[in-house]
Design a binder for this molecule. Sequence first.
Ligand code: SF4
Ligand code: SF4
Ligand code: SF4
Length: 257
Amino acid sequence: MSQNGKPKIAFFDFTCCEGCQLTVIDSLQTHPELLDVVDIVQFREAMSEKGEDYLVAFIEGSCTRESDEERLRKIREQASIVIALGACAHLGGINSLKALHPLEDVRKYVYGDKADWYETYDARPIDAVIKVDGEIPGCPIDRDEFIACVKALLMGKKLPIPDYPVCVECKLKENVCLFKKGKVCLGPITRAGCNAICPTYGASCEGCRGYITNPNDDSMREVLAEAGLSVDEITSIYTMFTTYQVQQKMKQGKETV
Ligand code: SF4
Ligand code: SF4
Ligand code: SF4
C-alpha cells in the first residue's frame, strides 16, 4: 500500500504488440476515477517512474525466451496478485504460431544473418512459467472489462469474466449468424465478454479470448467441416490464438482444444 492507503499496481510487458497496455491507457482516459483508488508505480508505456514495490502486477505479452522466465519469477515474488493481460499473456496468443515452424527457420526469417544474436524459444503463456491469479482475455483487452476487473480486484472479488460463448452476445445483438452468410466463426466455443464485436461487424470470431470451460469441440469441428473446411483449415482456424494449448493437448494424446 502507498502512504495514502491506495494499493500499488504495476504493468509489465513481455513479447507482444503492447496494444493491451494502450487499451489500459485509453481506459484511464475514459475512467480517470480509477487513479483515485490505485497508485500506478510502474508502467513503461505511460510513465518513467519505476517503483519495485507493488501489490498487483498486470503482465502483458508471452514468454518467448529463457531470460523472460527469471524476470517473470521476480515479478511473481513481489506481487501478491498476478493478472495476465490480453491473449499473448493469457494464451501465448499469435506469438505461439511460431511453434508451427522449425525454430531456426523462424529465427532466420526474422533476424536474417544476425539470427545467432537473439535468444528465443517457443512462445508460451505466462502461466506456463509462474502461478497466475486471473486473466483479462482478448486481443486487445476490452477497456470496460479492464476497469470492471480492477474494481473487482479492489473489492476482493472474482474477476467478472464470462464463461459462456460469444454466440450468446451475438444473439442478444440480433446479428444474422455468419454461418448463414457462408462464413465460419468460432463464436460457439469462444469465451464471451467482447460483446461479439467481430461478428457484429461481419468478421469471424477467431477465438482471441480463449475457449469456454467445456467447449463442444466435436460439434464445432463438425460444423466447420459441414461449412466446407478441410482438416488443415480447421486446424488453422483453431490455432490462431491457441497454438500453445492445442500443442499441449496433442502432447497429452488429445486432439481437442
Ligand atoms: S493480446 Fe493482442 S493487442 Fe494485446 S499485446 Fe498481444 S497482440 Fe497486442
Ligand atoms: S456469427 Fe458467430 S458468434 Fe454469431 S451466432 Fe454465428 S457462430 Fe455465433
Ligand atoms: S469476437 Fe472473437 S475474435 Fe473477436 S474480439 Fe470477440 S473473442 Fe475475440
